[in-house]
Design a protein. Structure first.
Lengths: 150, 150
DNA sequence: TTGTATGCAAAGCGTTTGCAGTGAT
DNA sequence: ATCACTGCAAACGCTTTGCATACAA
């Protein structure tokens, strides 16, 4: 039997109100604002259930710790763009498609994962100005006002 | 000043003789055949130098530990295919290209990472999982010791 | 009341680092 | 003889798990 707890509610709310994939640590920080004494273990346990319930989607980029985003936001096929300067991750609602024939003989492609790397609009704007902004934003992958482009 | 050691030689040899990206653990196992008492720390330290020397290339797939492959084999742009059954990783010498325009306004794409998932020729051949498993286990550096109860 | 969910702390796993000893030069 | 490299073990960061308690039902 599944129970509704303040913790789970806060965790789910944290994910849903974010417009970008959050790390477990970020979710802890965010949800802690509503549930003090919230433990990281509880976050992980709830993330696991939320993923099983398909309410949350895991975003795994190469070499990065998993991030979690609301499944409603991830319900359609999409990819990600990570800025090599500020490390922020953005959704890319586009897809090259047609990758099935890329595989060697006898291989069957079921799905694919694509990550673009480069400079986001902010970091690309001005060299020095962007660098400063990036530094500020680099803190635990904080994403201020820019999300979900496209 | 850089020194030539039995350890580094064995590690480099292990990577170069493999036909697929190897994990640190696999490299340890392979190189240990030639240098007993080889420690995992030494493997990691040498991998780091080999990567710096650009003799070895790191393959980071989403959610996977880093794998290492000879840089000569990775000198041209390519991608990877991971079998969802046996977990092995294969090179894909093809690329959809033309991804620069996928990014949102103001974003500049510098590079990209693509991973295909599906069934490799072996695992796809016999619908029988047993047959696939047998073949995989027979293969050079076999099917990851991972779980994944297909 | 009942037993799931929680918090804490300890354990795991992969990787890194400190340190004293080994060995290539 | 040097001093970079090695092996061991401890440290690390992230995630999971054990266990006694708290709280939703």
């Amino acid at each position: 039997m599944e129970r509704t707890t303040r913790q789970k509610t806060a965790i789910q709310a944290a994910i849903e109100s974010a417009q970008r994939p959050l790390s477990a640590q970020e979710i802890l920080e965010q949800a802690s604002l509503q549930v003090t004494q919230l433990g990281i273990a509880t976050v992980y346990r709830n993330l696991k259930s939320l993923v099983l319930e398909e309410k949350v989607h895991v975003v795994t980029l190469p070499g990065e710790n998993p991030r979690y985003e609301s499944n409603t936001a991830a319900n359609h096929h999409h990819h990600h763009f990570q800025c090599t300067t500020c490390q922020r991750v953005f959704d890319v609602h586009d897809c090259p498609g047609d990758l099935k024939r890329m595989a060697p003989q006898g291989f069957v492609v079921e799905r694919h994962e694509l990550t673009l790397y480069g400079r986001c609009a902010d970091c690309n704007a001005g060299a020095s100005a962007a660098a400063a902004a990036a530094k500020a934003a680099t803190a635990p992958h904080a994403c201020a006002s820019h999300h979900d482009p496209a």
